[in-house]
Design a protein around this ligand. Structure first.
Ligand code: ATP
Length: 235
């Protein structure tokens, strides 16, 4: 579905990504593992079109995305759940979800919202509540629900477990695993590499903006250098 081909990107005179290539196939969970500052968020921003691709190309379902603005990338079927959730604090839960579904035909919006409420019953119970009054875990579910309300073909997530209690993280990861059957691709950036590798099919290791290792997630989970660098040594 997604093909990132030798992409270079950065900020001002700083080059962050150097010739990064990766793919995500339909129904696949792919994770990007890397230290703070390796360029993981930069890669997601570049795919989403909020940061320009300086060299290389991004394509999705055979459509060239390189150079397209984020709204066109969204229209192609990609959604990013950003780091820190970024829900619309002064809007209600339902208004946030409607914002996620804004590109869908009116007749489909109610059904899309009902699907989100079926997946996250807590959002249904709090549909009239302001997003700012939700707990961190509920806000993460809202951010995920807002993306899913668009019924994307590719879902990208930036640090979904950040700042959440282990039980809530467990729940979020269960939802991601459940999405595997829905034929959508998932590209997951996650500091908790152990958890990410446990649910992913494939993984890429990013170091200083370069892919230094890639393979089946279960192989990387056992790779000694990955274990020592990103999984806190032997468990
Ligand atoms: P983290 O887990 O800390 O978010 P990351 O792997 O996602 O790390 P990025 O956020 O992509 O890393 O940052 C990669 C590099 O780009 C870092 O050196 C960072 O300081 C720099 N950077 C990120 N955002 C900007 C920006 N808006 N302007 C300038 N430099 C930036």
């Amino acid at each position: 579905m997604l093909k990132v081909d030798s992409v270079c990107a950065g900020y001002g005179h700083i080059q962050v990504l150097s010739e990064v290539s990766l793919t995500v196939m339909r129904g696949e969970i792919v994770t990007i593992v890397g230290a703070n500052g390796a360029g993981k968020s930069t890669l997601l921003r570049t795919i989403m079109g909020s940061l320009p691709t300086r060299l290389g190309a991004v394509s999705f379902l055979d459509q060239r995305l390189t150079g397209l603005p984020p709204d066109r990338v969204a229209a192609a079927g990609i959604r990013l759940v950003p780091e820190g959730r970024r829900v619309f604090a002064t809007l209600s839960v339902e208004e946030n979800l409607r914002a996620g579904a804004y590109l869908r035909p009116k007749a489909e919006v109610t059904l899309a919202l009902e699907r989100v409420y079926a997946t996250f019953p807590v959002l249904g119970e709090r549909r009239r509540q302001l997003a700012s009054t939700l707990s961190g875990g509920q806000q993460q579910m809202l951010a995920l629900g807002r993306a899913l309300a668009a019924e994307p073909r590719l879902l990208m997530l930036d640090e979904p477990s950040l700042g959440l209690a282990p039980k809530v993280v467990e729940e979020i990861f269960e939802h991601l695993t459940a999405l595997r059957g829905a034929e959508i691709g998932i590209l997951l950036v996650e500091q908790n590499a152990r958890k990410a590798l446990a649910i992913a099919d494939r993984a890429y290791v990013l170091e200083h903006g370069r892919v230094v290792l890639e393979g089946a997630a279960r192989d990387l989970y056992r790779n000694e250098s990955v274990v020592n660098a990103y999984l806190g040594g032997k468990s």
